[in-house]
Design a protein. Structure first.
Length: 317
C-alpha cells in the first residue's frame, strides 16, 4: 500500500478566501496583451492587407507587423537609414552613401523576404494606379518621383533632393506584377542566410565602367558603346567563377525603389532580375548608381559566384 498522511481528529473545513477589493477611487483597469499577441490593426494596416486576404493568417501578420506607414509619397521611396553601417568586402570603400543603402536593401531582402514584402505592399498601395477605365489614363502606371528633373551631370546628384515632382511610369502588367512579387516573397522565396553579399572591387569597377559608358553615350541595356559584354567588363579586373549576372534599373529615386523594381520585374516573363537577387550562389557584387541623360537615374548591379582579384586588393571587413 502506498503511504498516506495521518491526522488527529476529524478534518475541519477551511473558510473560503475573502475577495480583495479596493475603494472605488483606487480601482483601475490595466490592459496587458498576452505575450506574442498583437493589438488590433490600424485602419491603414487593414487596408494594406486587403490584397493579402487570400494569404495565410501567419503571413498577413508578418506583413502587417513590419508595414511602413505615414509620410508623403516622396518619403515612402526613401530607405530606412542604413548610412551608418558598413558594407563588407574589398570594394566597400568605393561605395557612395546611395550605394551603401542599396547594398543593405539587397541584403535585407535576401535575409528576410517575408518582411521585405511589406515594402512592396506599401508601394502597391501608394504608387500603383490602374486607370484602365479612364480614356486618358492609358492603363496602369506607377507614380514615382521624377528624377529626370535632376541634372545628371550635377556633382551633388546623389543623394537626390528630399522632394521631387511626381511622374507617371507605364506598367506592362499593372498591379498583377506587384501581386506576383508579393506571392513570391511570402510563399516561394527562401531566406539566404549562409551566403551574405560581399562587395568586390573588381565587380564594383565593372559596374561603374558600364554605368559611366551608358551615361556618356545615353545608352540602356547590357551592351556597352564598344559592344562590350558583361563578361568582358569583369575580366578586365578579375577572373570570375560559378556564374555572373547583371541587374539594371532606370529612373529609381531611392535605393529601396530600385530594389523593389528589380523584384517586381514588370514585363519580364522569367523574372530574371528577381531570381538573380535570390540566387544563393551569387555571393559577390558591385554597385554603381548615378545620373542618366534620358532616364534620369541608373543603377548597375553586377553579381558573381566567386571572383579572383589581385592579392593586394582582397580583404574582408
Amino acid at each position: 500500500m502506498g503511504c498516506c498522511a495521518s491526522h488527529d481528529g476529524p478534518a475541519k473545513a477551511k473558510d473560503p478566501p475573502r475577495p480583495v477589493t479596493h475603494p472605488p477611487s483606487k480601482r483601475r483597469i490595466i490592459y496587458e496583451p498576452a505575450k506574442g499577441v498583437r493589438p488590433p490593426p490600424r485602419p491603414r494596416e487593414r487596408a494594406a492587407s486587403r490584397l493579402a486576404a487570400s494569404m495565410s493568417l501567419e503571413d498577413c501578420d508578418t506583413l502587417n507587423s513590419s508595414y511602413v506607414t505615414g509620410g508623403t509619397l516622396n518619403e515612402s521611396f526613401r530607405s530606412a537609414g542604413s548610412l551608418g553601417r558598413r558594407a563588407r568586402g574589398s570594394g566597400a570603400g568605393m561605395l557612395s552613401p546611395f550605394e551603401v543603402d542599396m547594398f543593405h536593401e539587397l541584403v535585407k531582402c535576401r535575409k528576410d523576404p517575408k518582411g521585405y514584402a511589406s515594402y512592396v505592399m506599401n508601394m502597391l498601395e501608394e504608387a500603383v494606379v490602374d486607370d484602365g477605365d479612364d480614356p486618358e489614363g492609358g492603363g496602369a502606371y506607377f507614380v514615382a518621383p521624377d528624377v529626370t528633373t535632376v541634372d545628371p551631370d550635377a556633382s551633388d546628384w546623389l543623394p537626390l533632393p528630399a522632394a521631387l515632382p511626381l511622374a507617371r511610369y507605364p506598367l506592362a502588367e499593372g498591379r498583377a506584377a506587384y501581386e506576383d512579387c508579393l506571392r513570391f516573397l511570402l510563399y516561394e522565396a527562401k531566406p539566404v542566410e549562409k551566403a551574405p553579399y560581399s562587395v568586390s572591387a573588381a565587380l564594383q569597377r565593372a559596374a561603374a565602367a558600364h554605368r559611366e559608358d551608358c551615361s556618356r553615350h545615353n545608352l540602356t541595356g547590357h551592351v556597352g558603346s564598344a559592344k562590350t559584354t558583361l563578361d568582358e567588363r569583369i575580366c578586365k579586373h578579375g577572373a570570375w567563377k560559378v556564374g555572373i549576372a547583371e541587374n539594371l534599373c532606370y529612373g529609381a529615386a531611392a535605393p529601396r525603389d530600385a530594389v523593389i523594381r528589380m523584384l517586381v520585374d514588370d514585363g519580364v516573363a522569367n523574372r530574371r532580375r528577381r531570381n538573380t537577387i535570390f540566387n544563393e550562389h551569387m555571393a559577390y557584387l558591385g554597385i554603381s548608381c548615378g545620373g542618366h541623360p534620358s532616364e534620369g537615374s541608373q543603377c548597375v548591379v553586377v553579381f558573381a559566384g566567386s571572383i579572383d582579384e589581385p592579392p593586394e586588393k582582397v580583404h574582408q571587413e
